[in-house]
Design a protein around this ligand. Sequence first.
Ligand SMILES: Cc1cc2nc3c(=O)[nH]c(=O)nc-3n(C[C@H](O)[C@H](O)[C@H](O)COP(=O)(O)OP(=O)(O)OC[C@H]3O[C@@H](n4cnc5c(N)ncnc54)[C@H](O)[C@@H]3O)c2cc1C
Length: 353
Amino acid sequence: MMNKESADIDFVIVGQGLAGSLLAYLLLQKGKRVQIFDAPEIPSSSKVAAGIFNPVTGRKLVKTWMADELFPFLEQFYLALEKELQTKFFHQVLIYRPFPNQEVQEYFKRNVLPENFYDFASLEFENIKYKNLVKSEWGGATTKQSGWVDLKILLDTFRVYFKEKGILIEEKFNPETAISQPYKTIFCEGFQGKFNPFFNYLPFNPVKGEVLDISIDGINLEEIISQGAFVVPLSQNTFRLGATYSWHELDFSPTPQGKKELIEKYHKLMKPDLMVVNHLAGVRPATKDRRPFVGMHPDLQQIGIFNGLGSKGVSLAPYFANQFAEFLVTGKELSSEVNINRFASLYLGAENS
Ligand SMILES: Cc1cc2nc3c(=O)[nH]c(=O)nc-3n(C[C@H](O)[C@H](O)[C@H](O)COP(=O)(O)OP(=O)(O)OC[C@H]3O[C@@H](n4cnc5c(N)ncnc54)[C@H](O)[C@@H]3O)c2cc1C
């Protein structure tokens, strides 16, 4: 159901998770008329995510894909958005990554690291900072340009913002109604995108994940601790502990095994006791080639997709929502690594089978 005449709409955005919210916001900023559909009964992975952004990953702490472009962009983007929405949700904090064993410590002692390594990390070879908290004797790396976005606050604030503009319809959108419309429809459905009849040829590779909200008494922790599991300080005594990865049973139900795994990981990493206060599960909209899905349908040029943010939505969404909004408004080319036209042969194959 539309509450506006179709002629009064430039874009319908399906989904008010992180992807849909940012794209809708940027199109509005460009003076476009937007209508958003979001179905409260369809779960959103943005509401489960820990919201971490971290420019380095892996045991060897290498820079993530496009970190030099994505990280400066996200910083100025979220800071400006905080001002616009008058809400605090962007937390720039360091991530302490204790070395898991002596071997890893020695790797970092021995190897000459690339010159720019120290732009985003520093190393120490003794556990001085977190002696009473962290079970590691070998020191660790502290990464910069990192932190977490409180996605619940951000999305709740956006919900009110879009409602006040009268452009949010809290209903499920039927994809078939997108055909032959005067406006463009962009699907930002997260995991549900896998079942969208226009885009189910794309190689999604969804990954279920679980997190626990925990309380730890009497500790003062401002940084994120991450090794095998992560502990993100949410407020005074509350932390988010995550995350599990499972390619099976792709649903949003927390499981006893997930909880057990997380508590075990916690005890390998941290010294204090914990108390579980909440348990959440979600499905990351990941893709086989680990790159987002951005662009227009090969045959139906009124229908597009912004999806495939995987486990890095917070880092990827600002840059690519901005790129997509520019494409939609001015026709400026999309980067070939994210443009879904890289899967044209899969589409043709599905059509001919
Ligand atoms: C356990 C876990 C931990 C994570 N941790 C991090 C992290 O630390 N850092 C990070 O960057 N990312 C993390 N992620 C990934 C992150 O959640 C995603 O990258 C991102 O939130 C995806 O956003 P989205 O908008 O694409 O999808 P979603 O947030 O799933 O939003 C999709 C929206 O579309 C709506 N919808 C779908 N279909 C329809 C329809 N037909 N009609 C109407 N509405 C519809 C749904 O209701 C939903 O609101 C984590 C994910 C999980 C599960």
